[in-house]
Design a protein around this ligand. Structure first.
Ligand SMILES: [Zn+2]
Length: 334
């Protein structure tokens, strides 16, 4: 059943200290269909997280032109908000003005446009799903201990470093990767696995993941160089590397249940290729070469730090990934 955004926000305002002027009311917006679709889809999605204690949940858009996303807990309410700027940025990059057929260098992907109906919208959905699942992971991290909590993605203006913050972010990314892998697999399965050769699956996965690549890439500042243990969020180059790897790994895990398997290294290679071509059109302050040099120069440190964060996550008692795994274990034991 569809939820009325105005009514929903009205309840939220009555039980929290959120300021009404910070809320975006999209009723008369030219992007009404986009905003309302996101609202309905993620209200429905949040409905499935009661098993994690997320019973009272809210979703709203913040009247803010910057690119931001938030997860917060106020009393016993779990709240996700996306900025107006973030949604409009995704619409313009992927949905409204994107047509794969206008990228001649990507001609080997053209046929996917027919299979997936509207590839631009499909890429938009993939990156949106990744962002929202990352925020849902933060909600899962928030214990039901009565404390109010807030996570601001602070995508452009990352705040001070704390290893705990990097663990929270890595864990939320990891959770989003698993969910994105599952999501992409469902899309392929819906059309029918038998319709796809391995090569088609790799193409689809790589092109889809290039949307997440482009999202993180837009936050690379070539003048600031690379870092590991700095700022509140891990470096975008670092996040790009493990996001593609982990998502493809979890996609593959589902595929293996059907006795098939794809080469994950090939997905990484092809995602880089597609992203480089798309980046030439989708404006960004930095180039693909900026990414590649930072990635290649720091590949060993990236790998070591990823292992370190993974190990720290496994002993982090609020880990969304551990809570998910525990739930699956309980289900298979009953
Ligand atoms: Zn986060």
């Amino acid at each position: 059943m569809e939820v009325d955004y105005q009514d929903h926000v009205g309840v939220l305002l009555s039980i929290t200290d959120i300021n009404k002027k910070d809320i975006l009311y999209y009723k008369d917006s030219p992007e009404f269909d986009f905003f309302d679709e996101i609202f309905q889809v993620y209200m429905k999605e949040l409905n499935g997280y009661g098993v994690f204690g997320i019973d009272s949940y809210y979703f709203y858009f913040k009247k803010d032109s910057s690119i931001e996303a938030y997860a917060s807990k106020y009393k016993s309410c779990y709240i996700i908000s996306l900025s107006e700027g973030l949604v409009k940025d995704l619409i313009s990059k992927f949905s409204l003005y994107f047509s794969i057929n206008t990228f001649p260098s990507l001609c080997e992907f053209f046929y996917l446009d027919k299979i997936f109906d509207d590839l631009g919208k499909s890429l938009y959905n993939v990156v949106l799903n990744y962002i929202c699942q990352h925020e849902i992971a933060h909600l899962i991290q928030f214990n039901n201990d009565g404390n109010d909590r807030i996570k601001r993605e602070a995508i452009k203006n990352s705040t001070d470093f704390d290893i705990k913050k990097h663990i929270h972010e890595f864990d939320a990314d990891f959770f989003a990767c698993i969910k994105t892998g599952n999501y992409l697999f469902r899309l392929v399965k819906k059309i029918g696995l038998s319709n796809f050769q391995d090569r088609d699956i790799i193409n689809f996965l790589s092109l889809s993941l290039s949307s997440i690549f482009l999202f993180f890439h837009s936050f690379i500042n070539p003048n600031q160089g690379f870092y590991l243990r700095r700022k509140s969020h891990p470096h975008p180059v670092f996040r790009i590397g493990y996001t593609i790897d982990i998502t493809a790994f979890y996609f593959n895990l589902e595929l293996k249940e059907f006795n098939r398997e794809i080469d994950v290294a090939k997905v990484l290679e092809l995602t880089f290729y597609a992203s480089e071509i798309l980046l030439q059109r989708i404006s960004s302050e930095s180039t693909f070469d900026d990414f590649l040099s930072l990635y290649n120069e720091n590949i060993l440190e990236i790998s070591d730090y990823m292992i370190e964060l993974r190990n720290l996550c496994s002993i982090y008692d609020e880990s969304s990934v551990s809570k998910r795994n525990e739930l699956i274990k309980q289900k298979t034991n009953t």
